[in-house]
Design a binder for this molecule. Structure first.
Ligand code: ADP
Ligand code: MG
Length: 272
């Protein structure tokens, strides 16, 4: 049997001819929580998009394997089927498609039973204190920022992936919703052996969700890794305290930074 681990080795990637990620190494095992923290523009979302296979990102070296499966050669849906889940920093609105259809079709694609999806969704909504009237709405349409984040947490709970990459799942959540969502993620690590890569700016997500390791990303590189105390140090000293002068984003030619589409809708090719 293959070793169970989401293994990122020497991963470098570029967007639009510019190298954004440099030789990233990370190993996430079932049940573990790894936090990736870093200033704006350090490459956190780029890492999440490269892992999930968003178009427009070119991997220049390195590999990503999920329990022995080479992910980089697979289209996004097959990565999902292999057990990878991504909660987007900016969740996409999908008019005309309900959450129930998304979860039903995902289960079907994975060869799982599609019975009782509605019951699962209602149970998941209850667990994170999310109003189940949102369940019948088209995915994320007209939801507030915080409601979209809860929806991502709910989908993660219902789809039961092996590994979840959560890109700023805490942003826009009020204190109660944050506590409920982080508790749900923590429970998934215990109940389902979920491996978590939690991208966040703030250590408050890590008050309930207990990281095994914290990695600080700066200018597309893992600058420092440590235990939970590293998140506390970041809280106390800020990125400047931990990173010094390297805390600033990669230098990019003017005009590229604000390129439309980046970081938002995953169905839009950022280079189109
Ligand atoms: P973070 O999530 O850490 O805030 P991102 O991964 O979104 O950072 O961005 C990392 C860097 O890559 C930033 O400097 C950003 O401007 C740059 N970048 C993102 N998208 C593009 C793009 N489509 N073309 C060129 N540069 C990009
Ligand atoms: Mg980001």
């Amino acid at each position: 049997m293959n070793e169970r681990v989401l293994r990122i080795e020497g991963l470098s990637a570029r967007v639009d001819e510019i190298e954004i990620l440099h030789r990233i190494d990370l190993e996430i095992r079932p049940g573990e929580v790894h936090a990736v923290m870093g200033p704006n523009g350090s490459g956190k979302s780029t890492l999440s998009h490269v892992l999930m296979g968003r178009p427009g990102y070119e991997v220049t070296e390195g590999s990503v394997t999920l329990d022995g499966i080479d992910l980089l050669n697979l289209p996004t849906w097959e990565r999902a089927r292999a057990g990878l889940f991504l909660a987007l920093q900016h969740p996409t609105e999908v008019p005309g498609v309900s959450l129930e259809s998304v979860v039903t079709e995902s289960a079907r694609a994975a060869g799982r039973s599609t019975e009782g999806v509605n019951e699962v969704l209602v149970a998941e909504a209850t667990r994170i204190g999310f109003d189940d009237r949102f369940l019948s709405r088209p995915v994320n349409v007209d939801l507030s920022g915080g409601e979209k984040k809860r929806n991502e947490a709910l989908m993660m709970g219902a789809l039961r992936p092996k590994y979840a990459v959560l890109d700023e799942i805490d942003s826009g959540l009020d204190v109660d919703a944050l506590a409920a969502a982080s508790r749900r993620i923590q429970e998934a690590t215990d109940e389902d052996d979920l491996g978590v890569l939690a991208i966040t700016h703030f250590s408050r997500l890590l008050e309930v969700l207990e990281p095994d390791q914290v990695h600080v990303l700066a200018r597309g590189r893992i600058h420092t890794s440590g235990g939970p105390e590293l998140a506390e140090r970041l809280e106390a000293e800020g990125y400047v305290g931990v990173l010094g002068e390297t805390g600033t984003p990669v230098d990019l030619p003017t005009g590229i930074i604000h390129q439309a589409g980046f970081g938002d809708d995953p169905f839009v090719d950022p280079l189109a």
